[in-house]
Design a protein around this ligand. Structure first.
Ligand SMILES: NC(=O)c1ccc[n+]([C@@H]2O[C@H](COP(=O)([O-])OP(=O)(O)OC[C@H]3O[C@@H](n4cnc5c(N)ncnc54)[C@H](O)[C@@H]3O)[C@@H](O)[C@H]2O)c1
Length: 260
């Protein structure tokens, strides 16, 4: 078991990538604290973990609110005695072109994606430093690497990469590691409203990916497990791209170059 008795806090653990990560971590022996604003889905994640023989706990927490984040960390420490792993996965995404996005919506994207990572990291770091042990895994996005639209969300995701590097550099001497993951398109409930309006979207998106498909949440969870585990003991401050090759190059441009 790769995370035996480790205490892992997963934000947005009620759905999609967070849920798959919670399951995977629990199956590797971790005690998992699922934090979510959606009580029903958060509780369901924990029930499923327990039904499979794992250990978990749901805590209602809005990770954009400092007091709720502090209470989340306090409860985790009361119940399990510490925090070894933090997966910052919760997010907010709305709006596209900055010319059509007002300040309020811009702030919501930054708060939901980036300030939440700031708040949760700030709350767990003192405990990780005390124990001289900790792994933070931040779920960013390929939107933080390339201009793909949704500017508020994308800028926040690029910010996560920088925050990850700075945490890694500043707290490495305390044996705290921090790494980011940049997923490409992953089939999760986040897409449901989009697919209702545009059912063929995944089929069209798949053509942009060298692997000719979009990803599954378990494929991101596997990367999170690696970065959270001791197998990644000398890896910190890095960004692991889990995108089916999307950001590796431009096939059509290559073909243009050689005149195909
Ligand atoms: N799905 C994709 O295609 C994709 C691609 C790149 C990156 N990502 C990133 O992966 C992460 C997970 O996305 P997903 O697709 O699994 O989403 P999802 O919608 O399936 O799950 C997100 C969960 O976060 C919770 N949440 C939202 N705001 C919260 C808050 N303020 N406090 C606590 N919980 C909150 C939601 O209730 C939900 O349970 C996000 O960071 C997202 O940006 C997803």
């Amino acid at each position: 078991m790769r995370l035996l008795n480790r205490i892992a806090m997963i934000t947005g653990g009620g759905s999609g990538i967070g849920r798959a990560t919670a399951h995977r971590f629990a199956s590797e022996g971790a005690k998992v604290v699922v934090a979510d604003i959606n009580d029903e889905s958060g509780i369901k994640t924990v029930e499923d973990i327990e039904a499979a023989g794992g250990a978990g706990r749901f805590v209602h927490a809005d990770v954009t609110v400092a007091a709720e984040v502090k209470a989340l960390v306090r409860q985790t420490i009361e119940v399990y005695g510490g925090v070894d792993i933090l997966v910052n996965n919760a997010f907010f995404c709305d709006g596209d072109d900055i010319l059509t996005v007002d300040e309020d919506l811009w702030d919501k994207n930054i708060r939901g994606c980036l300030s939440s990572v700031f708040l949760c990291s700030k709350a767990v770091l003192p405990h990780m430093i005390d124990r001289r042990h900790g792994a933070i895994v931040n779920i960013a996005s390929v939107n933080g690497l390339l201009g793909l639209g949704e500017e508020g969300y994308s800028a926040a995701k690029a910010g996560i990469i920088s925050l990850t590097q700075n945490i890694a550099v500043r707290y490495g001497e305390h044996q705290v590691r921090a790494n980011a993951i940049c997923p490409g398109s992953i089939q999760t409930p986040a897409w449901v409203p989009v697919l209702e309006k545009d059912p063929d979207l995944f089929e069209r998106l798949s053509k942009w990916y060298p692997l000719q498909r979009i990803g599954q949440p378990e494929e991101v969870a596997a990367a999170a497990l690696f970065l959270a585990s001791d197998e990644a003991s000398f890896i910190t401050g890095t960004t692991l791209v889990v995108d089916g090759g999307l950001t590796a190059g431009l096939k059509r441009m290559g073909e243009e170059l050689v005149g195909k």
